[in-house]
Design a protein around this ligand. Structure first.
Ligand SMILES: Cc1ncc(COP(=O)(O)O)c(C=O)c1O
Length: 254
């Protein structure tokens, strides 16, 4: 039977109150500023944070805010123009949202096991799972680690299959490719989704998603935007107060 060490009070998994103590007045001021500006959704703080996150992730990265990581995954798949019945390969070991959005869009999730070293897609199993109906591969980068992206991108490029990186749990992780380039996880595939839930690497005041389209076609408003998603009955947007608050977060660790 499991034994629990007698810590009283228990040690929290994440001490957000402790992290925020250093910059509490800055966080409070950001929320007040957003309240006074009265944009509520979108607005200058949302645009500024999208720009700051893009700059942090690397040159040429383009970020589009939406309501949460699940929406980010959904509109990333919608932007690829997949059709009901298309197969999408993803990991058995992930948060439910990854497979959920595939099924929600009428696509067929093809679940592949992970390998023990990275907790991400086992490339031999991905190769075996690819069929002519495979229209996307969704690696899930867990605990700040990446799948074997060299092998995955080689396979995807050879077959012309887009890669949608689920980076909900890996914001801030960098990946060194075999050619020596070190890039942020989530900037290697065709498009990526991120999340800012309370226990994620970059916490937000509310749950927030980031959708990163890598190709010019996907950056085209009509192809990707949350507005397009809205027309398909997915209302997804980002709160101004959340953006204002979240922009301060990196300074907890400065
Ligand atoms: C791997 C993974 N993908 C997607 C999501 C969905 O993100 P959100 O909770 O912001 O919708 C999560 C959140 O826990 C996650 O861990």
């Amino acid at each position: 039977m499991a034994q629990h060490l007698p810590f009283d009070p228990p040690i929290p998994m994440v001490d957000l109150v402790g992290q925020h103590a250093r910059i509490q007045s800055e966080l409070d001021e950001a929320l007040l500023r957003a309240s006074h500006q009265a944009h509520y959704i979108q607005g200058p703080d949302v645009a500024a944070f999208a720009g700051e996150l893009s700059a942090y992730l690397g040159e040429g990265v383009h970020t589009i805010p939406c309501a949460n990581g699940t929406d980010a995954l959904q509109i990333a798949l919608m932007a690829l123009g997949l059709q009901p019945g298309d197969e999408v390969i993803t990991a058995t070991f992930t948060y439910v949202a990854t497979a959920e959005v595939i099924a929600l869009l009428g696509l067929t999730p093809v679940l592949v096991d992970v390998e023990p070293g990275t907790f991400s897609l086992d490339l031999d199993q991905v190769r075996a799972a690819v069929t002519p109906r495979t229209k996307a591969i969704v690696p899930v980068h867990l605990y700040g680690q990446g799948a074997d992206m060299d092998a995955l991108l080689a396979l995807a490029n050879e077959r012309g299959i887009p890669v949608v990186e689920d980076t909900a749990q890996a914001l801030g992780a960098r990946y060194t490719l075999r050619d020596g380039r070190t890039l942020a996880l989530g900037t290697l595939g065709t498009v990526a989704a991120r999340a800012f839930f309370r226990r994620k690497t970059w916490v937000a005041w509310a749950t927030v998603g980031r959708y990163l389209p890598a190709t010019p076609r996907l950056r085209n408003e009509s192809a990707w935007s949350p507005t397009t998603a809205k027309k398909s009955s997915t209302a997804t947007t980002w709160w101004a107060a959340t953006a204002a608050w979240t922009r301060c977060r990196p300074r907890c660790f400065a």
